[in-house]
Design a protein around this ligand. Sequence first.
Ligand SMILES: Nc1ncnc2c1ncn2[C@@H]1O[C@H](COP(=O)(O)OP(=O)(O)OP(=O)(O)O)[C@@H](O)[C@H]1O
Ligand SMILES: [Mg+2]
Length: 238
Amino acid sequence: MTPLIEVRGLCFRYEDGTAALRGVDFRLDPGETVVLFGPNGSGKTTFVLHLNGLLSGEGTVRVCGLPVDKRNIPEIRRKVGIVFQDSDSQLFMPTVLEDVAFGLLNRGFDRAAAISRAQAALATVGMSAAASRAPYHLSAGEKKRVAVAGIVAMEPEVLVLDEPTASLDPPGQRSLAELVSHLPQAKILVTHDIPFALALCQRAVFFQGGVIAAEGTVEDIVSRFDWDFSFGGSKLRH
Ligand SMILES: Nc1ncnc2c1ncn2[C@@H]1O[C@H](COP(=O)(O)OP(=O)(O)OP(=O)(O)O)[C@@H](O)[C@H]1O
Ligand SMILES: [Mg+2]
């Protein structure tokens, strides 16, 4: 079986000299949902930005067998949809509806079809009422939902969500988990939200200092790295 994503020996250094990735090996198979855990600054966002060619380091990244290089970028970007950690870098059109339709229009959908697909995607994330509002006036959680709609509307084969629940209220987190669990794609979720990962992911990898230090089930990785709030939580209650 060809993996959807196969990464070997990926290394990346930012211009200021920060070595953010130091030899990452990773694989995503069809139908899988994998969570990327790891401390702040461990390289998770840098890693996912390599999956559709937004960053390019040393080593190999393949999507459905295709190397991520200049020649294949348009096809790779159709296959891998990334919802960025920072919604402001994703939303730039004057209205929410135009923002969600933007990628579809860019891909050659006619206007009516793009608008109707964008409206359906906004309904999926519970943001239909905001269709004519300006994205930059929305709250952080509302922006996140609109950014998710923009990617879901494109129907990619692999969905990458970088900290999708970070600014959502608890019911919003639940509804996003519900929404994501019903999407048919293979998924990579970057999150510090353990209930969200437990609900959705069959496998967890743990980033540390720019490498994947371990992988296993979500429960395994959480207990191995003491990666939850339970100890602090119980102390705080007393
Ligand atoms: N544009 C940049 N220029 C220089 N260094 C950067 C840049 N972006 C990230 N870094 C550095 O690269 C390393 C990895 O950062 P990255 O954003 O990938 O971490 P992360 O695991 O996503 O963290 P978080 O959990 O906080 O989102 C960090 O040391 C960070 O300071
Ligand atoms: Mg990050």
